[in-house]
Design a binder for this molecule. Structure first.
Ligand code: URP
Ligand code: ZN
Ligand code: ZN
Ligand code: ZN
Length: 459
């Protein structure tokens, strides 16, 4: 099977030019102007952008969490991602405290195998670091799982202490991996939750007020210091605020590389959404949405190169699940649905409104994640020999986001009625047209596990 994409405006993290792309099998084999190659299928991309398939390195599919499971599984989640131009995702495996990493890996392999539409990989969340876990780090790296997630919050379920963190960092450094973190001060947050509950303050607003900026800034600084001490490649997930970003800015002043991800919601939504009583549960996530000044800091952080990645932290729960916390905000499952909207929202709110350039858009939605997590240049670029993971994008098409049209398995939208300029029209994954004008063209099971390379923390 061969495909020739004609006359598209090819945009990568570094380039912007009009040319044809010739695909044979799963890969790009030629790029040039007026290519006179015969293909089984030709796509006219005149007037369209062609950029690398998005990579969302922060999603939670079918994940057991807070007494329930996130509502998108590998099938619905990766299909929704493809509709929104994201061809690869990295999901989080959670070690159960007291059990092995291998046990957790097998559980996630069981959930994912044969079910995915899009390509996927795994981060391993280490929730119980001990002598046995230590021996498994190398095994995981050999499996192509080269990033290890830690939680500085969710005590009793996922959190590790600073001693475990330093030990883990040293072992991951030795084995050629990266340590990533949910950086918020779990003890402070638990104290604030208890205080608000004792005062009868139980609405979603108090989820927000239990996680003030300082809880994230403090943990981001502490994590950066531990990463400095151990010299491990380090990455902070879902950063939301100016204070946390300043902690990383200080780390960069001592020539330390700490990589940062923010998520689309923190760039475009703010904490005023928590004011509408229980409706705010739609946006109960950790860390919470912040203030407009934090949005400004995050956009600036992208342009300054302090923030390298925009993910989603996609962790959807249906309304019925959110209602578990109707009378107590601390029981609302944390997370919101966004896997389908990241690319289009980032284009519409970022590029179209002049906040970031087109090249920056590609860099932070695809290329940097591929580089940081050991998938480049197979993923994240348009080059000869790379996987033909491509988005053909109509930059002028206007549409509205809604629960009535999205593909995520959730019965509300966090972006209901949002007007978006720019639409993913055709999406290719490894040389196959996966989505064309809203129609799915591949079958469940087409998505493959991506075995990742060791990382060195330089991009
Ligand atoms: O609210 C969130 N973020 N839910 C998913 C788990 C996590 O902390 O990333
Ligand atoms: Zn089990
Ligand atoms: Zn988190
Ligand atoms: Zn998450």
């Amino acid at each position: 099977m061969s495909i020739l994409i004609k006359n598209g405006r090819i945009v990568t993290a570094a380039e912007d030019y009009i040319a044809d792309i010739y695909i044979e099998g799963e890969q790009i084999v030629a790029i040039g102007q007026n290519l006179s190659l015969k293909a089984d299928q030709e796509i006219d991309a005149t007037g369209k952008l062609v950029f690398p398939g998005g990579i969302d390195p922060h999603v939670h599919l079918d994940m057991p969490f807070m007494g329930t499971y996130s509502s998108d599984d590998y099938s619905t989640g990766t299909l929704a991602a493809l509709h929104g131009g994201t061809t690869s995702v990295i999901d989080f495996i959670l070690q159960t405290q007291g059990k092995s990493l291998r046990h957790a890996l097998e559980e996630w392999q069981g959930r994912s195998k044969g079910n995915a539409y899009g390509d996927y990989s795994f981060h391993m969340a280490v929730t119980d670091f001990n002598e046995n876990t230590k021996l498994e780090i190398r095994e995981m790296v050999e499996e192509g799982i080269t990033s290890f997630k830690t939680f500085m919050a969710y005590k009793g379920a996922l959190m590790i202490d600073d001693g475990q963190m330093v030990d883990l960092m040293q072992e991951v450094k030795r084995q050629g991996g990266m340590v990533t973190v949910h950086a918020t001060n779990g003890d402070m947050i638990d104290k604030l939750i208890a205080k608000h509950k004792s005062e009868g303050k139980l609405s979603p607003l108090y989820h927000y007020l239990s996680q003030p900026e300082v809880t994230e800034a403090e943990a981001s600084g502490r994590f950066s210091d531990m990463a400095h001490y151990t010299n491990v490649p380090a990455y902070i997930v879902h950063m939301t605020c100016e204070g946390a970003l300043n902690a990383v800015r200080r780390a960069t002043m001592r020539n330390q590389q700490v990589f940062v991800e923010t998520c689309i919601q923190y760039l475009i939504l703010d904490a005023s959404l928590y004011e509408n009583d229980f409706e705010g549960a739609k946006w109960v996530m950790s860390p919470p949405l912040r203030q407009p000044k934090d949005q400004e800091a995050l956009w600036a952080g992208l342009n300054q190169g302090l923030i390298q990645v925009v993910g989603t932290d996609h962790c959807p729960f249906k309304w019925e699940q959110k209602l578990m916390g109707k009378d107590d905000f601390s029981k609302i499952p944390n997370g919101h649905p966004a896997i389908e909207h990241r690319i289009e929202l980032l284009y519409s709110e970022g590029v179209n409104k002049g906040k970031i350039t087109l090249n920056k858009f590609v860099e932070v939605s695809s290329t940097n994640a591929a580089k940081l997590f050991g998938m480049y240049p197979k993923k994240g670029c348009i080059a000869i020999g790379s996987d033909a993971d491509l988005v053909i994008f109509d930059p002028n098409k206007q549409h509205q986001l809604s629960v009535n049209t999205h593909h995520m398995n959730v019965d509300y939208s966090g972006y209901e009625g949002w007007e978006v300029t720019g639409k993913c029209e055709t999406v290719l994954l490894r040389g196959q047209i996966a989505i064309d004008k809203g129609e799915t063209k591949i079958n469940k099971g087409y998505g493959q596990f991506v075995k990742r390379n060791k990382v060195n923390g330089i991009i």
